[in-house]
Design a protein around this ligand. Structure first.
Ligand code: NAD
Ligand code: TYD
Length: 355
């Protein structure tokens, strides 16, 4: 889809972690677009993420659940969107182990609801339309010591989260193959950065170092993830949305693998420097706890295709990105305090009382 003026784009999940960075990028970079943030504001949705752009004339917010077929229908009528960038999802593996059905509803049925609405309202007039589904590398399953996920890697999800995302990916491709819906997909590795909800590894551990609480490392700590700075993911989404060929999938990752324990030690080191602690102050907080069931050993993305076809590459090193992320959390203590109160506390108690 080219970037000519006057387009209306619905971004689902725009109040969440990645979605808020995508909304900000599109609102500021494309002043001629109307950007509609469609979000149900679950525990993970936070409009405080978007305070700096909420008054922009091209920004609109709709508090809507993607499971609400009638409301989605009305939004298509009201805005006549040219594009959907679909990020709304239940996104946390540990929550999916506790409540798998929530993941089936939002990630699978919610996605099909949106596909149905696009199919119904675009009525075969697909020339200037695009449905972009944002997905995860976790659909590919787990790697051993070597190898990388390519776009051709067979799907092999293990958690209810990754199974639900895999199902949604299949539905998006099915709507392309069956009804001709113009689609693109991307499967990205683990993101980190500002506005990350503090139940995921990096923000949880930043918060626990600040508050001097234990750092619960699952299992032997040798699980490996491929980390990408969230703003680089948003830039990749911009490229894929505008220039990815119809029907194509792009893997997005930073060629940046870290074993959890090494990442946590780097985080402790950077935090001690920034907090003015003596070297080695925070590492003793590391506590090995019971492993996550079905824990995937290693994820690593081959991002050659998006690099060669769309010219995208990460802009920051992990050390720089992590440093910027820590600075953001240290400068936004009110955000962190608001998020870590209430519902989050109940979840935290349930999740860690058994470990
Ligand atoms: P997040 O949990 O921070 O945000 C999800 C957003 O979706 C929230 O604002 C929430 O309110 C909204 N939402 C949830 N259920 C909804 C519903 N039924 N209707 C409308 N809105 C609803 O998630 P995130 O980490 O920003 O991830 C965004 C997307 O990117 C997800 O699809 C996820 O699978 C994918 N992804 C995430 C990562 C990562 O590392 N976080 C990596 C690759 C892909
Ligand atoms: P997470 O941030 O939940 O992302 P994902 O499960 O989607 O990869 O976890 C990243 C890694 O960190 C994963 O291997 C699980 C591990 N982890 C811990 O060791 N302790 C924790 O408290 C959390 C939340 C995660």
């Amino acid at each position: 889809m080219n970037s000519s003026s006057g387009k209306t784009i619905i971004i689902t999940g725009g109040a969440g972690f990645i979605g808020s960075h995508v909304v900000r990028l599109f609102v500021t970079k494309y002043p001629d677009y109307r950007i509609v943030n469609l979000d149900a504001l679950t525990y993970a949705g936070n409009l405080e993420n978007l305070l700096d752009i909420e008054k922009a004339p091209n920004y609109f917010f709709e508090k809507t659940d993607i499971l609400d077929t009638q409301a989605i229908d009305e939004i298509f009528v009201k805005y006549q969107p040219h594009g959907i960038i679909h990020l709304a999802a239940e996104s946390h593996v540990d929550r999916s182990i506790l409540s798998p059905l929530d993941f089936v509803y939002t990630n699978v049925i919610g996605t099909v609801n949106l596909l149905q609405a696009a199919r119904k309202h675009w009525t075969g007039q697909f020339d200037d339309k695009r449905f972009y589904h944002v997905s995860t590398d976790e659909v590919y399953g787990a790697l051993g010591e070597t190898g990388l996920f390519t776009e051709e890697t067979r799907y092999d999800p293990h958690s209810p989260y990754s199974a639900s995302k895999a199902a949604s990916d299949h539905f998006v491709r099915a709507y392309h193959d069956t009804y001709g819906l113009p689609i693109v997909l991307s499967n990205c590795s683990n993101n980190y950065g500002p506005n990350h909800f503090p139940e995921k590894l990096i923000p949880l551990f930043i918060n626990n170092i600040i508050t001097k609480k234990p750092l619960p490392v699952y299992g032997d700590g040798l699980y490996t993830r491929d980390w990408l700075f969230v703003k680089d993911h948003a830039l990749a989404i911009d490229k894929v949305f505008h220039h990815g060929r119809n029907g194509q999938t792009f893997n997005i990752g930073g060629f940046n693998e870290w074993r959890n324990i090494d990442l946590v030690k780097l985080l402790c080191k950077q935090m001690d420097e920034k907090l003015g602690n003596a070297p080695g102050t925070s590492e003793p907080l590391i506590t090995y706890v019971k492993d996550r069931p079905g824990h995937d050993r290693r994820y690593a993305i081959d991002a050659t295709k998006i690099n060669q076809e769309l010219g995208w590459a990460p802009s920051v090193t992990f050390e720089e990105g992590l440093s910027q992320t820590i600075d953001w959390y240290l400068q936004n203590t009110a955000w962190l305090e608001n998020v870590t109160s209430g519902v989050y506390q109940q979840y935290y108690a349930e999740q860690y009382s058994k470990r």
